[in-house]
Structure formats: structure tokens, C-alpha cells
Design a protein around this ligand. Structure first.
Ligand SMILES: [Ca+2]
Length: 159
């Protein structure tokens, strides 16, 4: 398990370097990231280090996992694709509740602040985790904590 996690993190880091989408810890608040509507989603924040607890709850490859608290703790929701490249509501229980997430997929996943989706989209590369959504902002500058309302399972690995 530990070895797998290390490999995953290494892979993400390598992909990030190749793709050039990693930004400094100041994150996505700076600059003027494009909106999702016509120009594609904004760049993601840097991935947090995955911990074993996250994997124990979110160990099915292909799912998007959301947690009520940071550090992948408290109530847990997972979503498995029934179709691709379309938006889904997270449901009333999970709506505006997520404080950490893990995209346990080999493909890109979008999350959006609203449903129906607005221009506030963040792209999550494969095997991407955010330990504290409170540290990150949507393209409009608002905080990402307790605000995810929809997701989109892309059929492509690129974001
Ligand atoms: Ca919302």
C-alpha cells in the first residue's frame, strides 16, 4: 500500500512537471484563469500528499471521493461514472459540504461550484487529491470549501 501511494504521488508530480500545470502555493487565485464555459477549466491547485486513510475509504479505481472535513475525514461520498463527459449533481447530502477530495481515476475529472454548472470549474488530473479545499479558490476567487455542487467524469486523461 505504501509503495503504491509513493508511486502514485511520484506519477502525479511527474505528470505535473510535464504538463506544467503545477503552480506555487499561492495557487490559482493569482492571474486570470479561464472560465469553463468557453475556454476550459482553470488549472488545478497543487496536489496534496495522499495518506493511507484516504485510500482505505476511496480504493476503487474510477471513483471520485469527497469528504465533509479536510484531511479526508468525516462523512464520505463516492461517485462512480454512469456516463462520461456530462455534468452530474452531487446530491442534496453532499451539496456544498466537501472539504477534501480525491480523484481516484486514470482520467480527468471536473468539479464545479454550481449545478447546473457555471463557469466555476476546477480540473482534477488523474490520481489527484486536495487535502484542504479551504486553501483553494474557484476561478472567481471564492473559496472552494463547502461549495462543490457538481462533477463531470471526462473520458480523456488530459484535462
Ligand atoms: Ca455549490
Amino acid at each position: 500500500m505504501t509503495r503504491y501511494i509513493l508511486m502514485t504521488v511520484t506519477t502525479v508530480a511527474a505528470a505535473a512537471l510535464i504538463g506544467g500545470f503545477l503552480t506555487p502555493s499561492s495557487g490559482i487565485a493569482g492571474g486570470s484563469p479561464p472560465s469553463a464555459g468557453s475556454q476550459g477549466p482553470s488549472d488545478p491547485p497543487p496536489s496534496a500528499t495522499l495518506n493511507p486513510d484516504a485510500f482505505s475509504q476511496c480504493d476503487n479505481l474510477g471513483e471520485l471521493c469527497l469528504w465533509r472535513d479536510g484531511d479526508y475525514e468525516n462523512t464520505f461520498w463516492s461517485f462512480i461514472p454512469s456516463s462520461w463527459d456530462r455534468w452530474f449533481y452531487v446530491g442534496d447530502n453532499a451539496n456544498d459540504q466537501s472539504s477534501s477530495l480525491y480523484n481516484n481515476r486514470s482520467r480527468c475529472t471536473y468539479v464545479n461550484k454550481d449545478y447546473p454548472p457555471s463557469g466555476q470549474t476546477i480540473a482534477l488530473p488523474q490520481q489527484y487529491a486536495i487535502e484542504h479545499l479551504s486553501n483553494w479558490s474557484w476561478p472567481d476567487g471564492s473559496n472552494m470549501n463547502d461549495s462543490i455542487s457538481s462533477y463531470n467524469f471526462l473520458s480523456t486523461s488530459s484535462c
